[in-house]
Design a protein around this ligand. Structure first.
Ligand code: SF4
Length: 498
């Protein structure tokens, strides 16, 4: 148990090497015991407590360092319902302390060399090396100067040179659209995207069939990336098959189960194959998978960090380790939005962080409660975000009363008003339930079509992709056939990939 944070979910890190001397080892043990009792510290060696209202983010079961996940709720953590959500605690305390805006800084992933080691002596060493304060005398004689020096000192301490995260907006450093999806969004058209779950086996027939249904109706198709921690054909392979069929993919890339090296490698590989749209996610915790479960630390990075890293690969032409990329990748970067997770004012901070880091479009979780969705949009507007990102609200057509109950009761971050569940319950047989699901979806599409601040819709039909063309036709949202979706002959493809 700790005084200022929820209890630790995973044990503290161990150093890669034993400390050089016994006194140092003893010192590290004392630091570990004190910080463990106060903050549930895991000795990550990259302390950001000052940015997180003195609640340790490493007590989050996913180890998220940049905000809450889509399934967080005021009652409990989605991974372990017996404990509170660490990030809820952080937002609440930061708000009480008037430090909410400090949560905007993009925090670095952990430096494995520092994990498990003491940090108090490191702090002292940096202070002596800097020779630029903070000078304790200034605390009494010139408080403003002291505060400035203090802030700069701790910024240098928590932001390693290879990361240098900040809280500023970084617009893309290119002018021409990178993908057809981006071109469509820039044109001001109301853009529809749809999701296809990659197959469970090696057959690409399913993708051929589903892409065939969607090709004339949507601007791009999303491919999920082992959602719910269940293995399927990789998002990369499915995206490439779809691209070759003439429908532009949005490759979902999640941080779970991938180290920073693999994330960079997969993204570069995707760009080399002509895949331009990448949706960056933290990923579902492995506890939602069919099991057996992997070891607990499966998140080397979070979605915000992946966005920050991929944007810098594209715009600055560098890998995380600082090596330059001779022919930088071209990415149109997206993120997930959670209108129903935390209160909108907190979710807007999380969205701002993703946009600042590099998100150019946001696809949200499914909208069933229109009023709560517009509360979220308003919160984004208050933070001046609506002109900086394209927003595609999610839509799921309910196929059965059972699916409605499952989503309302078991899927974190999804809210379905009780009267919608009741309509599905009272619909009648299987076919009648499907028809009621279509009617409910069309009602929502009608509202979304007229909503200022959004740029289209993202339909997640969950193995019912054949319904998508009907929905789009009935809503009057049929789009012209995708032009130039196969980028093989496009000048958007780097030389080597043609
Ligand atoms: S709900 Fe999500 S963000 Fe909150 S503590 Fe659990 S895993 Fe972390």
């Amino acid at each position: 148990m700790s005084i200022f944070s929820p209890p630790r979910y995973q044990p503290p890190f161990r150093p890669m090497r034993k400390e050089e001397s016994l006194p140092l080892e003893l010192f590290t043990s004392v630091e570990k015991a004190i910080k463990g009792a106060l903050f549930g510290c895991r000795m990550c060696g990259n302390c950001i407590l000052q940015e997180t209202a003195f609640v340790c983010p490493m007590t989050c079961p996913k180890g998220l360092r940049n905000g809450l996940c889509g399934g967080a709720s005021p009652e409990a953590c989605e991974v372990d319902p017996s404990r509170p959500c660490t990030w809820y605690k952080i937002y609440e305390r930061a708000e009480r302390m008037g430090r909410l805006d400090r949560l905007l800084e993009v925090n670095a992933p952990i430096d494995g060399q520092r994990a498990g080691r003491e940090t108090w002596l490191d702090t002292l060493r940096l202070w002596r090396k800097r020779k630029q304060g903070p000078n304790p005398v200034n605390f009494f004689t010139n408080r403003d100067k002291f505060n400035q020096e203090w802030e700069q000192f701790f910024y240098e301490l928590r932001q390693p040179d290879w990361w240098r995260g900040d809280s500023n907006y970084h617009p893309p450093a290119y002018t021409e659209p990178i993908s057809n999806l981006e071109a469509r969004l820039r044109s001001g058209a109301f853009v529809i995207t749809a999701e296809i779950a990659p197959p469970l086996d090696t057959s690409s027939d399913t993708i051929h069939q589903k892409a065939g249904w969607l090709k004339e109706y949507v601007a791009a198709a999303n491919f999920t990336d082992n959602a719910s921690a269940s293995p399927r054909m990789s998002s990369l392979a499915a995206s490439k098959i779809c691209l070759d069929l003439g429908l532009e993919p949005v490759m979902q890339l999640q941080a779970r189960d991938r180290s920073r090296v693999v994330l960079e490698s997969d993204a570069i590989g995707a760009a080399g194959l002509g895949i331009r749209n990448i949706l960056c996610l933290s990923g579902d915790h492995q506890r939602f998978g069919p099991g057996p479960m992997t070891k607990p630390d499966q998140f080397d990075m979070d979605a915000v960090q992946v966005l920050w890293m991929l944007r810098r690969m594209r715009d600055e032409g560098i890998y995380l380790d600082g090596r330059s990329i001779k022919r930088p990748p071209q990415f149109f970067l997206g993120a997930a939005g959670s209108p129903f997770g935390a209160p909108p004012k907190y979710e807007a901070i999380r969205a701002e962080k993703k946009i600042n880091a590099g998100a150019q479009f946001i696809q949200t979780q499914p909208i069933f409660d229109y009023d709560r969705f517009t509360d979220w949009l308003e919160a984004l507007d208050k933070r001046n975000l609506l002109g900086k990102v394209y927003i595609l609200p999610g839509l799921i057509p309910l196929r059965s009363s059972r699916a409605a109950h499952f989503m309302a009761e078991d899927v974190p971050g999804v809210v379905i008003p009780p009267d919608l569940v009741r309509r599905m319950d009272e619909a009648g047989d299987k076919q009648a339930q499907e028809e009621t699901g279509v009617i409910i979806a069309l009602e929502m599409m009608e509202k979304l079509k007229r909503t200022p601040g959004i740029h289209g819709m993202h339909i997640m039909a969950v193995h019912w992709e054949i319904i998508v063309p009907r929905l789009i036709e009935a809503a009057g949202l049929r789009q012209p056939a995708t032009e130039n979706a196969t980028l093989q002959n496009s000048n958007l493809v780097p030389e080597g990939a043609k």
